[in-house]
Structures are given as C-alpha cells and as structure tokens.
Ligand binder design. Structure first.
Ligand code: FE2
Length: 384
C-alpha cells in the first residue's frame, strides 16, 4: 500500500547526480543516470513490447537531475543537459529501488522462493492432477510454483501414451532436443547404450552434466511399471549442499571453486564434454545448481595438484550425504504418473528392478526459464 501522496518528498542531492525520495514508508536514493537510463516514456522504451529504443551512449555522461517534483503518483524529473522531462510512477520506483539492497549473504544462499527439504517431505509430496492443471490456470500456477519452490512435483492422471512428456512440457515451456531426440525412453533393454536402460539400480544423479548448458528441467512420465522394484528416489541437492557447508565448510568451498569434468560418448555420433563445479554458485554467492553424475564423470584436470586429495575427500562426503536416507523421498511411479523436477537441483535415483516385469518411462528436457516465465505470466493473468 502506498503512502499518502502528501507525505512524499523529494530532494536533489550531490549537485543533481542523485535524488533522495521519501515515500513515507521508505526512503531511497536514486542516481540521475539510473533514472534517465530506465525512463519508461515512449521515446525511450517501445510501448508495445517494452524493449529499449536508445542505448546508454545516447544519454549524456554528465546527466543530472535539474529539478524534481511530485505530481500525483508520478515523480516528474527534469534532466540536464538534455532538457528532457520524464516521469516515474511511485509504485515502479518502489518496486525497483536499489538503495537498501541487503548486504551480501554467506556463499550458498538461496532466495525466499526456495524451500529446502529432506525425507520428511515424503509425508506430503507436492502433487497435482493433470486434468486440473490443463483446465484451470490457478491449479497450473500452484503446481508450477511447487516445482520452483521445492524443485519438483508429481503429476497424476496423465495420458498413458508415447510422447506424453512433450504435451506436459507444453504446459510451461518448450522441449529441448538432444542427441537422444525430443523424448528419451528409459526401459529395461538387453544391450543398452546407457546404464539407465539396464535393470541395475541407479545411483542418485542429475542428468546430462556433459551438456552445455545442462538441461534445467526434466520430465519423466511412466507408461509401464509392472516390475518389482524400480522405485524412484529424489534428493534435494540444495539440502545436500547446505549440509555439506554446515559440517565441512572447506569441502563446500572446494566443490564450489573448482570444476569437475563430465563426458558422454555412448554412441558413435556424439562426443559430449563439459566442465562445471559440482556445486555451482553465482558471482553473488547464490546457489545456482548442483551436478552429480558418477556415470559420466571424466578425468579431473582443473583442480590444482595440491588440492586434488581435498577435492576427492569433499566429493566423497557429498556422495555420502546424497546416499543418506534422511534426505531422500521415495515413491513408486505408476502408469499415468509423471514427475517434473529441476535437474540442476534435485537428484534422482532408481532402485534395482527385480523379476521379469517391464518398466518404461519416457522423458524430455525443458529449460528453466520457461518455467519461471509461465509462472510470471500466470501470476499477472490471475492478479496474484
Ligand atoms: Fe537420469
């Protein structure tokens, strides 16, 4: 809720290089160059698509605010030396204020939109009905928000037809094709090109760290599951990272600062290789992703010689945490059910398949940005 207009004040400071605005509820400074650079008028930004029509170099380097005054909800600014008048709406300024940005948090932080979890989540797995998310935008938003917050959600009542992952991807993004095709099949095969296609249990992993970029979201839909065993385990890689950081900060540090290597050349037509840290932080220390895939590990060659034993110790400890049952949720994926998960956060595993029954999952990849874009579009449409 905005403060009453009469309580707002503005004053030009630093010889016009900035202004200080008291909104009543909060006080923020804004630089003149920032205010001019972010002008929302039709000559600066296209009214149709919001894209900027000028470059920074079209704005004088010595831009300053010559005069500032409130006019209703608009802060009207007169810029020199352009002699240009531009208005910024109070809600827009408050939404984009940067003066009181929080001090940098400890490395490995996550924003308020992320909730880490462990095995206790197994009592209340996020789940939605396919028919509901197709028909009801509010149900779809709730489902997608769960995926963004927890890193995964189940979906029930899906069609049991080949290609269904593509239809599910269309609910929030676009399929990323790979050498496996638009969709890939995970089933028991006699002579597999990939260990996922055998009846062995699969250690918890993230998919395809040998790609650049690594697939962000994975969809796995169950078409057949008549086999005993073959249960799905999910582990929150962000919880693994937090546990490692808490108990062994040096181990966390080395896994974030040095790259591992991953490779895949399972068929003659591909030789994929990429390097990335097992725990990836942004330049501001935000935890961005986790990669862990024993099957596609390639020789480590980016860690200084003296630190290699430490890196191996850290990797071993990370693997121990990933195997800790206290962190995993476990469930059986039945025909007509699917899981959608953040492949750079949530590790997945499969228990060994026993007996003669068949198991057939079909999957595909979608980029993370589609998920967040669809959430933003639905939030705007639904006014929440
Ligand atoms: Fe996988």
């Amino acid at each position: 809720m905005l403060s009453e207009p009469q309580t707002r004040t503005v004053r030009v400071i630093d010889d016009g290089a900035a202004i200080e605005v008291d909104f009543g509820s909060a006080r923020h400074r804004f630089h003149a160059i920032w205010l001019r650079d972010n002008a929302q008028d039709a000559a600066t930004r296209s009214p149709g698509n919001g894209q900027r029509l000028i470059t920074l170099n079209d704005v004088p380097a010595d831009t300053r605010v010559a005069d500032a005054r409130w006019q209703g909800d608009d802060l009207v600014l007169h810029f020199a030396p352009e002699g240009r008048e531009i208005a910024h709406a109070a809600p827009w300024l408050l939404d984009n204020a940067y003066d009181h940005a929080p001090a940098p948090a400890a490395r490995g932080w996550t924003g308020p939109g992320i909730t880490r979890w462990d095995a206790a989540l197994g009592d209340d797995l996020p789940v939605a009905d396919h028919g509901a998310v197709c028909a009801d935008p509010a149900a779809r938003l709730s489902w997608l928000r769960a995926i963004a917050r927890l890193g995964f959600a189940r979906l029930t009542g899906c069609p049991v037809t080949p290609g269904v992952p593509i239809a599910l991807a269309g609910l929030f993004g676009h399929v990323r094709q790979t050498n496996y095709g638009a969709v890939f099949d995970v089933r028991v095969e006699a002579n597999p090109e990939n260990l996922a296609y055998t009846n062995l249990g699969l250690q918890a992993h993230t998919d395809n760290p040998y790609r650049d970029p690594t697939p962000g979201v994975q969809i796995l839909a169950c078409l057949t599951n008549a086999a005993a065993g073959g249960e799905t385990l999910l582990i929150d890689g962000f919880s693994v990272a937090a546990r490692l950081q808490a108990e062994d900060p040096a181990a966390f540090d080395i896994l974030t600062r040095y790259c591992a290597r991953f490779a895949y050349a399972g068929t003659p037509d591909v030789r994929l290789e990429a390097k990335a840290p097992l725990i990836e932080l942004g330049v501001d220390g935000e935890l961005r992703g986790v990669r862990f895939n024993n099957r596609s590990a390639a020789p480590l060659r980016d860690v200084p010689y003296d630190l290699v034993p430490d890196w191996y110790r850290a990797c071993r400890r990370m693997a121990d945490l990933i195997e800790d049952p206290a962190l995993a949720v476990r469930f059986r994926l039945n025909p007509g059910e699917a899981i959608v998960f953040d492949n750079l956060r949530v590790l997945h595993a499969r228990t060994a398949i026993t007996g003669a029954g068949s198991r057939h999952l079909q999957g595909c990849y979608v980029d993370r940005d589609g998920l967040h874009s669809t959430i933003a579009v639905l939030e705007r449409a639904l006014g929440c």
